[in-house]
Write a protein that binds this ligand. Structure first.
Ligand SMILES: [Zn+2]
Length: 361
């Protein structure tokens, strides 16, 4: 059960007059109401080992929720086989922010790896990611982002770059690896502006322009886990999601080659097949327990329930990244009361696919 701390209650008080969405601790069970429960958000993770010996790569997608190129490219790796080496993928490391399509619904998660408050809604997620790195012990961690702008035309921007915290650290030649990736990728990018330089944030240096990076996932991985780490940045300003995913796959291909991990189908096949797997919008449903009775509810339905109904969302049937999102309710909440009719959206990541409505009869 979610424990509503002081910070949550402040948010609640702001919400109440407008929406009459009421958390458990502040609710008197009188008048017309419905009581909703949501399942915990999934922590998607896949680990694969090839028959042939090779390296170990950890791919982290979606630490920023409004960067779909990174988490959709990671998501594609969930379905491939590994023929050589080992691969672990966490495609949606910040699923709450992905559903909200915000950089950080609870603040920037990539500033929480040096320290995090015990009441922070991202705490469990940050701990899980740290644990995955410690357990899997990769040779390299790749964190996938869609940054702003184009680094090749303005070095203040992070979009289209391979980011390193230092030229070298603990004997890891981060600069050499990043330049090798960048030069191989740039041979395949025709648009000059989209070329991918290496961006060194010089995070360890006293005069770095990016001291905030000392709280990032890559800095944590380097300094606390003694593991190589890179950020792969495509640009938010690329024309469409398919091109963003393509550029991520181009970079991943080179990293996989350097760190000796092979997948099937290979990266060239994944890149040439981009855009073919279309998600059908009518295949979604939710298993619920409504007042003790289990039902399967199709997306698009409107459901009449008596006042004081107890409605538990049990599972969401759809592809990875699908979840049910209550309209106008704090996305960290797993349980709440409402005094009015209520809409939920079936979302796949940032995409709103369908609605389910509850009406108090
Ligand atoms: Zn980012």
């Amino acid at each position: 059960m979610v424990d509503y701390g002081r910070r949550e209650l402040v948010k609640v008080l702001l919400h109440v007059p407008l929406l009459t969405v009421i958390p458990v601790s502040a609710f008197a069970r009188t008048g017309r109401y419905m009581h909703f429960y949501l399942p915990p958000k999934p922590f998607e993770l896949n680990v694969k080992h090839g028959a042939k010996k090779g390296g170990r790569i950890l791919v982290i997608g979606g630490i920023h929720g409004n960067e779909p190129g990174g988490y959709r490219a990671s998501d594609m790796l969930m379905d491939v086989d590994v023929t050589k080496g080992s691969l672990l993928i966490v495609p949606r490391s910040n699923f709450t922010s992905i559903l909200a399509f915000k950089r950080g619904y609870n603040g920037d998660m990539n500033r929480k790896f040096a320290g995090i408050g015990k009441d922070d809604p991202d705490l469990i997620q940050v701990q899980r990611i740290k644990q995955v790195i410690r357990d899997f012990k990769p040779d390299v961690l790749l964190s996938l982002h869609d940054g702003y702008g184009f680094n090749s035309i303005d070095t203040r921007y992070w979009g289209q770059s391979v980011v390193i915290d230092a030229e070298r650290f603990l004997g890891f030649e981060l600069g050499d690896v990043a330049r090798q990736v960048a030069s191989a990728v740039n041979r395949k990018i025709k648009v000059k502006k989209w070329h991918i330089p290496v961006l060194n944030t010089r995070t360890f240096d006293r005069d770095t322009h990016h001291p905030e990076q000392r709280r990032s996932l890559t800095f944590f991985t380097l300094t606390q886990c003694h593991t190589r780490a890179f950020c792969l940045e495509v640009s938010k300003q690329l024309p469409n999601l398919k091109i963003k995913v393509r550029h991520h796959l181009l970079m991943l291909k080179e990293f996989f080659s350097i760190f000796n991990v092979e997948i099937s189908p290979d990266f060239d096949t994944l890149i040439s097949g981009l855009g073919l797997n279309h998600v059908k919008k009518d295949g979604f449903s939710v298993d619920m327990d409504i007042n003790g009775k289990e039902v399967n509810v199709d997306a698009g339905s409107t459901i009449r329930v008596p006042s004081a109904s107890e409605i538990k969302m049990l599972s969401i049937n759809g592809p990875r990244g699908t979840f049910i999102v209550p309209s106008g309710v704090n996305l960290n909440w797993q349980r709440f009361f409402v005094r009015h009719d209520m809409s939920f959206f079936i979302k796949r990541d940032f995409e709103r696919l369908a609605r389910i409505r509850f009406v108090i009869a």
